[in-house]
Design a protein around this ligand. Structure first.
Ligand code: SAM
Length: 389
């Protein structure tokens, strides 16, 4: 796809490039000092963390950008076209806000990915697999070089305020397979988060809202007081992509997270359900996996399960809302978020004639397609010299 067609289709992509951010904005970071960014390459989320948490930059639009946006909206309403850059500037001289910086020294951010990442100010990058148990001690040592794995201290092994995950596997093009593999990656991220988050911590991850997303909501609700599905306006409505925002991590007494024996494998979820049953008033709901088709469904159950049949995982949900209880399911509230008055990722915009096409702020360091491009170039283009004669 050419640069200009991408620019036209996705105004947020262009805006991010113009502002020098590696991708689009999402405000999440109030009151956190220890952050882990999983699946972080090429590093746009880490870049935002670095600029907001370490350098103390103001996050979100400045007053000047707000004014520009109002002008732009007026032009669109009155003239039906985008104003030029010069027209946007008119009448705004002397009103540019100089952002106040509040650099912080107490912030620790660790970014992890299978791919190498270019260095970012103040961020420790680890090239590691988030599904591997050895990644946890590596991460805890990156956060605190004095970390001792033999220490039993809860604070030493659970120091993290916020875990972010934007994991995505290499896409195969087979839709169901891609959604399945992505969900497994999300599960790995959640397991890792459960291992390192402090009580009260937050977990934010990209999800694809597939058919049986209720099951994920139910699982998350076991561990977090609030679970919200958020969709910024910058994410196309046609895409199943959304973000799950989980607040106030409240681990159940006696539950021990582990990557060697992750939740969801064997009967660990079932055991947890029973553990919860002993601790709090609950309504039970059963998630059934059809052993033949592999599909999941949730059905209301009024008594507590005693033993699971193979292929069946029982999940218990906190007794929150009567209507949900009747339906036997818990659905995470949906929240449209981000800047609702700004660009809509689903709309096409007339871009100003005097616009300049910008290069990406951070091109991928080692993209898997680089070798293919080199081979294609060496062969003389898309079809090769020989085939075109
Ligand atoms: N959040 C990133 C950013 O804003 O620049 C973009 C992340 S990209 C959509 C998904 C990333 O997941 C890829 O860089 C990929 O290498 C990484 N990934 C996939 N499987 C992984 C795994 N098992 N462990 C670590 N990273 C993984």
């Amino acid at each position: 796809m050419g640069k200009s067609s991408k620019d036209k289709r996705d105004a947020y992509y262009r805006l991010a490039k113009e502002q020098g951010w590696r991708a689009r904005k999402f405000d999440l970071f109030a009151g956190v000092t220890r952050v882990v960014d999983l699946c972080a390459a090429p590093g746009s989320w880490s870049q935002v963390l670095s600029r907001v948490l370490i350098k103390g930059e103001k996050f979100g639009r400045t007053a000047w950008e707000d004014k520009q946006e109002k002008t732009r909206q007026l032009w669109l309403k009155i003239y039906g076209i985008e104003p030029s850059a010069e027209e946007l500037q008119q009448g705004q001289q002397g009103e540019i806000e100089i952002p106040k910086l509040n650099p912080r020294k107490d912030v620790k951010i660790v970014a992890i990915d299978l791919q190498p990442m270019s260095p970012l100010d103040g961020i420790t990058t680890l090239r590691a697999d988030i599904t591997h148990p050895a990644t946890i001690p590596l991460l805890l040592r990156a956060l605190d070089p004095t970390y001792d794995p033999s220490s039993q201290s809860q604070q030493a092994s659970h120091p993290v305020d916020l875990v972010l995950s934007d994991g995505a596997p290499d896409v195969t093009g087979l839709h169901d397979l891609d959604i399945y593999v992505q969900s497994q990656l999300l599960f790995a991220a959640l397991n890792l988060a459960l291992c390192v988050l402090r009580p009260g911590g937050k977990f934010v991850a990209k999800i694809f809202r597939g058919r049986n997303i209720d099951l994920l909501f139910a699982q998350l609700k076991i561990f977090f007081e609030r679970v919200i599905v958020a969709k910024p306006r910058s994410s196309r409505a046609s895409s199943v992509e959304a973000f799950i925002v989980c607040l106030n991590f409240s681990p159940i007494d006696g539950f021990k997270a582990s990557l060697e024996e992750p939740m969801g494998v064997g009967d660990r979820l079932d055991k947890m359900a029973k553990m919860m049953a002993r601790q709090m008033p609950i309504v039970t709901s059963t998630c059934l996996q059809d052993p033949e088709t592999g599909t999941w469904s949730m059905s209301p159950v009024t008594t507590l399960p005693t033993q699971s049949a193979p292929g069946i995982v029982e999940v218990t949900l906190p007794d929150t809302e009567a209507s949900d209880r009747q339906k036997g399911r818990w659905i995470a509230p949906f929240l449209a978020c981000g800047d609702l008055s700004a660009f809509d990722a689903d709309a096409s915009y007339h871009l100003p004639k005097d616009r300049i096409t910008l290069e990406p702020v951070q091109p991928p360091t080692a993209p898997p397609y680089r070798r293919a491009l080199e081979m294609r170039k060496a062969a003389g283009g898309a079809y090769g010299k020989t085939s075109l004669g």
